[in-house]
Design a protein around this ligand. Structure first.
Ligand code: TXA
Ligand code: MG
Length: 531
């Protein structure tokens, strides 16, 4: 069979619709990964998917719809909780397991009573569903066991000669597959993490949990809640070893473990690891998701003994990519950081100190980067010397006036960057020294309270990063009261700090601090208990 690869034009979409109506397969782009689609209501068409992929018969498929009225064609019933999630996250990267309708052939669900359903947000995917006029069953369009395809060329690698058409919609936005959440039990349970996180589902429904099978290999005799959990997945040809923990620690462990013939899968910051392929910054969970599978695939064209990989932080927005990498490694994982290092950040007045207080109650030792900074400005002679040379106006009679320094850099971006370039290394070194002290004293659970967590690079010492969010007006009121300054001055200070989007795109777990103090305490305790 000749495989045609066409850009996602109206003509290509019409052609895809015709092929699917006629019982053939077609690869389509989605916002997560490319899917290999067939008419979900046609058992013969669906059987071809298993053949083309070499997929085990007991691994069920996800059914894709383009509008809510199609849901009743594939599900026997839809709970209120499911409707809430659909309302909040569809179209988008969320698959819900719901009771299956009789019209869905058993081959789709591998004989299970539930069916996985999702409404993709990718325009071309929805257009193809509409053109076919039926819901589409579509697993990822890779050969079974290989990394999922995030570009049309990856599909061609695996499916050339096996299917008539690949619709090319460019690179996928997310790059990891949808979140799979089982909605048939009392509490929504995540069977596969994705871009819709545990915390997002929890916020929408009040409660949610992650299945134990997500983060470890199945034990002997244990039944997989999702058949996909059983199989080696996402794997390049060479064996993968997954190094887990703070990026700085995984980098050091990889340096020590590396032998000739090994390749390293690293974050951008660690591009200088031996024989490294770097694909995203460690503080960019979305970038990691987008690039992970392409990175794994890239090793297959080379002679590689082992792939030593830095694992993304397996929590919050990093959970999906960490899960895929752990599976690619068949759970051959090396723990590189002892205990928990939680970095907490956010604008001034967002509640970092309140969070640190809760962490202390939960047994964490807290390091306050601001306090360390202030101490260094009094005691670190090398730093003071450098500051005097660069900011002479901030010194009166040879003594640093911290307020004067703050005033100078407040309205001058270049001066601020210069100051940070001088102070960040000093603060980082001191934080590391104190972390070592705390660990020597037996403390395994640490909190780093750092306003400039990502800017300073201190996030690289963390096993989880949390960003706190408040309405600007609430923060301003808090800052004005706390520091005894006018509301206008508080606003000006806040406006000089990054916006929500900055924290949101960099952190693992965003935490809202917009309710009552008691609510915030409860949320903080819940988050800490889970680590
Ligand atoms: O993002 C995605 O979900 C992509 C795109 C193409 O939509 N699709 C995808 O499908 O990742 P696939 O087949 O590669 O993964 C589906 C996963 C498997 O782990 C399967 O075991 C699980 O969902 N699954 C599907 N239906 C299920 C069911 N009824 N019960 C339990 N697990 C189910
Ligand atoms: Mg798959």
């Amino acid at each position: 069979m000749k495989t045609e690869l066409l850009p996602a034009s109206p003509e290509a979409i019409r052609k895809a619709g015709e092929l699917l109506k006629g019982g053939s397969l077609c690869a389509i782009p989605t916002e997560t990964v490319y899917g290999l689609a067939a008419n979900a209501l046609d058992a013969c068409a669906v059987a071809k998917i298993f053949e083309a992929k070499g997929r085990p018969q007991d691994n069920p498929l996800i059914v894709h719809i383009s509008a809510m009225d199609q849901l009743s064609r594939v599900c026997a019933s839809v709970s209120d909780a499911a409707l809430t999630l659909a309302d909040r996250f569809w179209p988008g990267p969320l698959t819900m397991l719901l009771p299956k309708a009789d019209a869905v052939p058993a081959v789709v669900t591998a004989g299970l009573p539930s069916v996985g359903v999702r409404m993709p947000s990718h325009e071309a995917a929805r257009a193809v569903i509409d053109a076919a006029g039926v819901p589409l069953a579509a697993p990822s369009a890779n050969a079974s066991g290989r990394p999922s395809p995030t570009e049309a060329s990856h599909v061609l690698e695996d499916m050339d000669g096996k299917i008539p058409l690949i619709v090319d919609g460019g690179a996928c936005t997310f790059g990891v597959e949808s979140t799979v959440v089982d909605m048939t039990g009392p509490v929504p349970r995540i069977l596969r993490p994705g871009a819709i996180t545990l915390e997002m589902i929890e916020e929408a429904l009040g409660a949610a949990e992650t299945d134990a099978g997500v983060s470890r290999a199945l034990r002997d005799g244990e039944v997989a809640r999702s058949p996909g959990m059983k199989y080696r997945h996402y794997a390049p040809h060479a064996p993968v070893v997954c190094f887990e923990g703070a990026p700085e620690d995984t980098a050091n462990a990889i340096r020590a473990a590396w032998r000739p013939g090994d390749r390293v899968l690293s974050f951008f910051e660690y591009w200088d690891l031996p024989n490294a392929y770097s694909y995203a910054e460690s503080c960019d969970p979305e970038g990691v998701g987008r690039g992970l599978f392409a990175a794994l695939r890239s090793f297959d064209g080379e002679e590689v003994k082992r792939i030593l990989a830095q694992c993304p932080r397996p929590v919050g927005r990093g959970a999906a990519s960490a899960n895929r990498l752990r599976r690619a490694a068949a759970f051959d994982c090396v723990a590189c950081t002892e205990g928990v290092v939680l970095g907490v950040t956010g604008r001034t007045g967002s509640g970092k100190s309140a969070f640190a207080g809760e962490a202390m109650r939960a047994g964490y030792a807290v390091l306050d980067a601001d306090a360390i900074y202030k101490t260094l400005l009094q005691t670190d002679q090398n730093l003071l010397h450098a500051l005097r040379a660069r900011f002479p106006a901030a010194f009166a009679a040879g003594v640093l006036d911290r307020r004067a320094l703050a005033q100078i850099v407040f309205s001058d971006e270049r001066a601020r960057l210069k100051l940070n370039a001088m102070t960040h290394p000093a603060v980082c070194a001191e934080v590391k020294r104190r972390m070592a002290e705390l660990r020597a004293a037996g403390k395994t659970h640490l909190v780093l309270d750092v306003p400039l967590l990502f800017e300073s690079g201190l996030d690289r010492l963390c096993t989880v990063t949390v960003a706190l969010f408040t309405e600007r007006s609430a923060s301003a009121a808090r800052v004005a009261a706390r520091d005894n300054i006018a509301a206008e001055a508080a606003h000006a200070r806040l406006n000089a700090q990054p916006d929500d989007a900055f924290y949101l795109s960099h952190c693992d777990i965003p935490l809202k601090n917009s309710g009552s103090p008691a609510q915030f305490q409860a949320e903080a305790q819940r988050l800490l208990a889970r680590l």
